[in-house]
Ligand binder design. Sequence first.
Ligand SMILES: [Zn+2]
Length: 480
Amino acid sequence: MRKTLPILLLALLLPVVAASAKPPRQLRKNAGLHYLDDHFLRYDSLQKQLHGLAETGYREFRSAELLCRHLEQHGFRVERGVAGIPTAFIAAFGEGGPVIGVMAEYDALPGMAQDTVPFRRAPAGGGAGHGCGHNLLGTGSVAGAVAVSKWLAEGHRGTIRLFGCPAEEGGGGKAYLMREGCFEGLDAMLDWHPDTRNTVNTQTGLANVQVRFTFHGRSAHASGAPEQGRSALDAVEAFDFMMNLLREHVPQTTRIHYVITDGGRAPNVVPDRAEVLYYLRSPQRTVVGELLDRALKAAEGAALGTGTTFEHEIISGNYERLPNRTLSELLYRNLECLGGIRYDARERAFAVEMLRNSGITDTACLARVSRVEPPSDEGLAAWVSSDVGNVTWGVPTGSLRIASFVPAGSGHCWQQTASGGTTIGTKGAMQAARVICLTACTLYTDPATLARIRAEFLERRGPDFRFEPLMGDRTPPLPL
Ligand SMILES: [Zn+2]
């Protein structure tokens, strides 16, 4: 244990170094980092397999199994099907404390299929694709956990626990793992997400709920006997109208969006069933709760006025994030030491071509992937939600963003599916794995930092905290 301390201290004291895909020479004495340097092709192949499978939330059977088997091959004890979800798993290596967690995601987005070419081309048949780079998120986190296990195997004390978290996209998988106590007993959690830049995410994001409202009316011939009908679509429209009026009378940081997922089949039939899906978001989950209460009142009013009935189902719910400055600073120092991403000539040509095909002529944005950017102001909310938010209230959590996509799109786009399936994506995943490994090693050997992380977490969370899942006691929305 002792011989690694100077290396880690050096890692913390080093000034900003030139961006490089490889860590400075001293850091490479770390067995975990060494392992990652030697196994790029193995993880390139793993991320490409996940990219090809592109399984959507709660259906990631083969993707989860690929990751479980890889972890077992490296001596991890794997528990499959945790929290009653077949594609959730926990893999552990090592003994005793500290216990450090790493989260992996591997679900794809419906309709985002795209070949790994620098122009828009969906494979025949379309289907789901990794438009959010969760093929990389799963691979990078698993690679990071395996790297940590190589370091622990040298005789260090501690446990690394990799959490296989399904259905981040709309399924809120981690909320169920949190509700079932899967994250208990951890000292810290390390998390990352593919991005177009390298930084540490200290923003709180938005809490949200996803709610389905279903209205029931009475069917009739729309022209022959309209007086006998009660339109469920009318109810949806009345409800949406009231929700749109509501926008002016909510805190400005609120986000409300909806799609009508069932509006009937034919104009000459009064629809007896209609359905609308809502996302309600706010930087504070208490506001989300108030919004939901008001939405239920609006639905009640719409049903009353149209002679229909309604029911609602909360599909998923996420807390806003609870940042941890101490852990974020440690992650940032290690990220600075390791640097950003360097494209080789082939990758650069791919990126330039993709920019051109996205209407971007100025290639200056490519410099961003090689830089490390300081975290943004914690007070500003990022306008997105994630089920990671739930976990941050149970365990002190630090989140990285690593440049794993060509910066040619705005997120959930073909450019991300395409570039995330190439070595550009693998480089991002491996850099995330390096930062995770280095940070975990520091946490195992620096009890004072771990204590400061814990103290900050408890102070920010406040006394008497109890996790109350926003989706209530419902079972996970598993496919039938
Ligand atoms: Zn994502």
